[in-house]
Design a binder for this molecule. Structure first.
Ligand code: ARG
Length: 291
């Protein structure tokens, strides 16, 4: 398939963990963890990730780190991959689709991001024909190409991708997510290059795996156990042609995912995100790449 090229975003947005907490159970990782957040530890781990990004800026792998303040009563807002989906239209204008979050407590987060994007002169788009869509948690671009993968079944509905495909003028490969532990696409699917992806088989249907095989030559299958216990498929990789190096940041402790990254020539930063994993998120969830 002849796909157009896509310009990758070079700014990273994070949300400060000031009001991060675990109050209810939105995913299996949160079970038994209500009230179990050590705020000092969480802040320290968040700062470590921020430092990695600041170093990447210093090395010109990225252009800028931006921070939006966490808001009171928005205990999951630190997971800023979920409230929006930014893109450039064909005239290179900055556009963003605002999410329709599944949980009422998370719906409150979206207006803060809308205000943030307005300040950056983005055009904000509200979805008209879909009930559920959780932004970049479920929608992941093919590296460098005008093609998206859209996870559905837990936090986003399949019909979201029909609407988003029209809005973004981009083909979207919809992938059904069939396991509770892999409730967002960003928990089980990490494109590494135009040709390679690492993923967990158990998260997808056979049909989904066959779809993925059409677009990637190399599939690194990571064991379900490793993906669940280390959140390694929530790694964040930067593989931009204009950069000198390929870099990746992920939770410590994976074996297979680390090997896949090394095979693909990545320089790896391993960090601790245990405080956030108790809430069902790690690196990829804690940032948003923007233009
Ligand atoms: N506790 C949050 C939730 O269940 C975690 C979100 C993780 N984000 C992600 N992109 N996977 O909504």
């Amino acid at each position: 398939m002849d796909l157009k090229t896509r310009k990758e975003p070079r700014k990273v947005l994070m949300c400060s963990p000031d009001f991060f907490d675990i109050i209810d159970v939105k995913n299996p990782y949160m079970l038994g963890n209500s009230g179990q957040v050590n705020k000092i530890e969480a802040r320290k781990q968040w700062e470590t990730l921020k430092n990695v990004y600041e170093n990447w800026v210093a090395n010109s792998y990225l252009d800028e780190v931006l921070v939006i303040d966490g808001a009171e009563n928005c205990e999951d807002m630190v997971f800023c991959a979920n409230q929006s989906f930014p893109f450039l239209d064909e005239k290179n204008n900055k556009q963003v689709i605002l999410s329709k979050m599944k949980h009422a407590s998370r719906q409150k987060e979206v207006p803060y991001f809308k205000a943030f994007y307005n300040r950056l002169n983005y055009n904000c788009i509200e979805l008209q024909n879909t009930e559920l869509f959780e932004g970049m948690g479920d929608t992941i671009p093919h590296p460098g190409k005008q093609l998206y993968y859209g996870g559905y079944g837990h936090r986003s509905n399949a019909d979201a991708y029909e609407e988003i495909s029209k809005i973004t003028q981009t083909p979207i490969i919809s992938l059904e997510l069939v396991s509770d532990h892999f409730y967002h696409l960003d928990t089980c699917f990490v494109p590494l290059s135009e040709n390679a992806v690492m993923l967990c088989k158990e998260a997808f249907t056979d049909e989904g795996i066959n779809q993925i095989k059409i677009y990637f030559k190399t599939l690194y299958f990571i064991d379900e156990q490793e993906a669940i216990s280390t959140f390694c498929l929530n790694a964040h990789v930067i593989n931009y042609p204009e950069n000198k190096k390929k870099v990746a940041v992920l939770q410590k402790g994976s074996v297979q995912a680390k090997q896949a990254l090394l095979n693909e020539g990545f320089e790896i930063e391993e960090i601790e995100t245990s405080a956030f994993m108790k809430s069902g998120g790690s690196v990829f969830c804690m940032k948003m790449m923007i233009y």
